[in-house]
Write a protein that binds this ligand. Sequence first.
Ligand code: ADP
Ligand code: MG
Length: 587
Amino acid sequence: MPQDRHRRPKPMQKKLFTELGLSPELLKAINKVGYEEATPIQSEAIPPLMEGKDVVGQSQTGSGKTAAFAIPAIEKADPANRAPQTIVLCPTRELALQVAEEVAKLAAFKRGIRELPVYGGQSYERQFRGLKQGAQIIVGTPGRIMDHLERGTLQLDQIRMIVLDEADRMLDMGFIDDIRTILKHAPAERQTVLFSATLPRPILELIRQFTRDPVNIRIEGQALTVPAIEQVYYEVDRRAKLEVLCRIIDLHDVKYGLIFCATKAMVDDLTEHLQARGYLADKLHGDMSQALRERTMGRFRRRAVEFLIATDVAARGLDVEDIEVVFNYDLPQDAEDYVHRIGRTGRAGKSGKAITFVGGREIYRLQNIMRFTKGKIRRERPPSVEEVQEKRENVFFESLREMLDKGEYKRNDELVDRLLDLGHSPTDIASAVLHMMSAEKTRAASADVAEKGRAHRDFPREPREFSGPRDRRERRPRDDDRRAPRRERRGRDEGRHDERAAAVSHEAGMLRLVLNIGKAKHIQPGDVVGVIAGAANVPRESIGSIKLLPKLTLVDVAEEHAETVIRKLNGIRFKGHHLSVAPATDF
Ligand code: ADP
Ligand code: MG
């Protein structure tokens, strides 16, 4: 085969993007997207494509092929010319959308470069408008692109690059004739790029006929990145959604999630409810000022917020990696929104999960979404109270076991001996103590919830307080809580009531700041003074009262120094912990 002349030895080499001769605008965008180094296929394909060569590439799903062709296409596009210059053909609308989204991100800092997705199912009206306005990079399914060629709404005369993405799948879907026609009508002076997982005969034929001396690249082995999004749905009655949501979060111990609601009012509502149940939740919607939105997103990115609740529109500017679960608390309007929403999890090789709630007749809308995405959305049964209970009991059991193993508790031999002397068995004593603990905990929780209901803007309760086996309203324990001796925990419960009041300093001229570290990390007031005086170079006299909470510290600082403290201390390492400092009123 003639192409074999160019076949390279199996390249597994990864390069830095800075080694690939890219423009500063592209490097900036790549940095913003968060790619640290080029994947093997990117390392191999970008240089020849930048030189103007044809490329035939074979690599696994998830190996980063999109950027491999998108980067050169963007670099080569002429911003002064609005006519289509690159056409990317994809087998499905879903893929076309994904590719267009990636192009948009990578072209973010290139002025005048536009991309346009063109696929079946979307209104022609919208596509005519888009085509008329002009876009250098058109991403579409072969059928719809053919349609536009026939209608004369899309011209190929300025095309300089054609990309066939997932060529073998397009073949399977019967697009081969459309592809041939498009290739035949494009200018001969162009680059042709073809990516395919396999190279069956018709594809080889296509390569022979339509490419010129292509560089063949074949990457074997493990995909670097697997967009492994597990998709499930739950049939839930509208009124039960909140309860089911909390059960899922607790059962699967979700720590970082994005929750979508249909309207701003529902965003407000759900945020309040989750906060009242002790989750660190915050919201994002269109009514908020840009500054406030950015602050909230920043907190979410830093994980000072566990759950972000948002509308589709508000979440558009949100770019956060590593979200564990995307919840569709309300079903998205259409498949396009669905794809956008769930695309925020499972990025860059991490696995992610998308959970969708549907009620009643919404199931039909979900079926439409499934048809569109060709994705499998598995039905799951909402967890029962018993399952959640069992999980809590297991966690409780584990924490007790660990405490016993480590011996990290204060001994009460005398008390125990007295009870034994009275003839109670060790089992009875232990059971009675456990019972007392859970009863006490439940009372504390009810009191707290009642109070929460009245408070308007709450200081966030520390998440994941220790919870006994009976206690359903409280959050599950977190690792360091589990290890904390019980006596300290009780102290914390008592302290909780003044946490809200504590958010405001009563000393004139002082501003109250909150640090994201507390007693649980064994810090002392002296440490806090030390880091403020030392790292921020603020006189010790300007530091006022210090209140240590389990995972937060509230500290009063003279107003004139507060800004310096925030600026100097944010992000530094303190006791092995990335410090974050903010005005307490920010919460
Ligand atoms: P393919 O087309 O080969 O299946 P994609 O282009 O869809 O792969 O990329 C899969 C995932 O990998 C995407 O989530 C993408 O954002 C991510 N990705 C692409 N390039 C890189 C890179 N250089 N570093 C880290 N992640 C990357
Ligand atoms: Mg791909």
